[in-house]
Design a protein around this ligand. Structure first.
Ligand SMILES: [Zn+2]
Ligand SMILES: [Zn+2]
Length: 249
């Protein structure tokens, strides 16, 4: 038996659990990330109005002032990153490689891409902030890459692996200015010539797990702009509610 066959047999025998509550999934939900109750809760949270503008999270366009600089022309998130379920799912996604959870999140992001009006798929490329070397060594994989590749498969948009990440210091507990300086010290374009070739004139779809202040996105959008991108749109799974990011200032 080959490894692939063995993996397949094992995966169809080993019981699957819901990533949110840990309950065993029944046979018809085996391929899903969540049990039906947790799926309902997720859906409900997606429809919770934004505390600032009152729109559904997916339709909310509240951004920090810095993100209105024009470098990021559009941004959409699936859920507010403050509920128990959103935190639990996103944290486990970052810590343990799971294709089932990656597929779940990729479907959510693909949905928000399809909801964007006037998108020209043939002129789009997908990029993502590469996980730092330290993060990859610690967790054994790059969750951002995993997500981007799967969104690329669903939407048919080409994924370009253009960013490197020196992983300067953690973003937590820094003020906005330091976060931005830190992002510029961390992210770089791996191969400039190749990058310009794939980015020039393109509408770039930037995919990330969570947007907090938007500093990482702003830094990447500025690198993309300098490489000749036509526009950058940001799509994330979660966003820290606007009322909370205001306090970071
Ligand atoms: Zn559940
Ligand atoms: Zn809003």
């Amino acid at each position: 038996m080959t490894n692939k066959t063995l993996n397949y047999v094992m995966s169809s025998v080993i019981p699957k659990r819901c990533f949110a509550c840990g309950d065993l999934l029944d046979s018809e939900r085996r391929g899903y990330a969540l049990c039906s109750e947790c799926q309902n809760e997720w859906n409900e949270q997606k429809h919770t109005p934004c505390s600032v503008c009152g729109r559904q999270v997916m339709m909310c366009r509240c951004m920090s002032n810095d993100m209105r600089s024009g470098l990021i022309s559009y941004s959409a998130s699936c859920i507010e990153f403050d509920s128990e379920i959103s935190k639990k799912l996103i944290y486990s996604f970052k810590r343990k490689r799971s294709y089932r959870l990656a597929d779940f999140f990729a479907m959510q992001i693909a949905e928000s891409i399809f909801l964007k009006n006037g998108i020209h798929f043939e002129n789009c490329i997908i990029v993502y902030p590469r996980r730092s070397y330290e993060g990859r060594a610690r967790f054994g994989f790059d969750h951002a890459r995993l997500l981007a590749v799967r969104v690329g498969k669903i939407t048919g948009i080409k994924v370009c692996h253009i960013f490197g990440n020196k992983g300067m210091s953690a973003q937590k507990e820094l003020d906005l200015r330091s976060r931005l300086v830190n992002a510029f010290a961390s992210f770089y374009i791996k191969n400039k010539e190749e990058c310009v070739e794939s980015v020039k004139g393109k509408d770039v779809i930037l995919i990330d797990d969570v947007v907090t202040t938007g500093c990482t996105a702003l830094c990447l959008a500025s690198l993309l702009h300098n490489a000749g991108a036509n526009s950058t749109s940001l799509f994330t799974i979660g966003k820290v509610p606007s009322k909370k990011t205001k306090n970071i200032r």
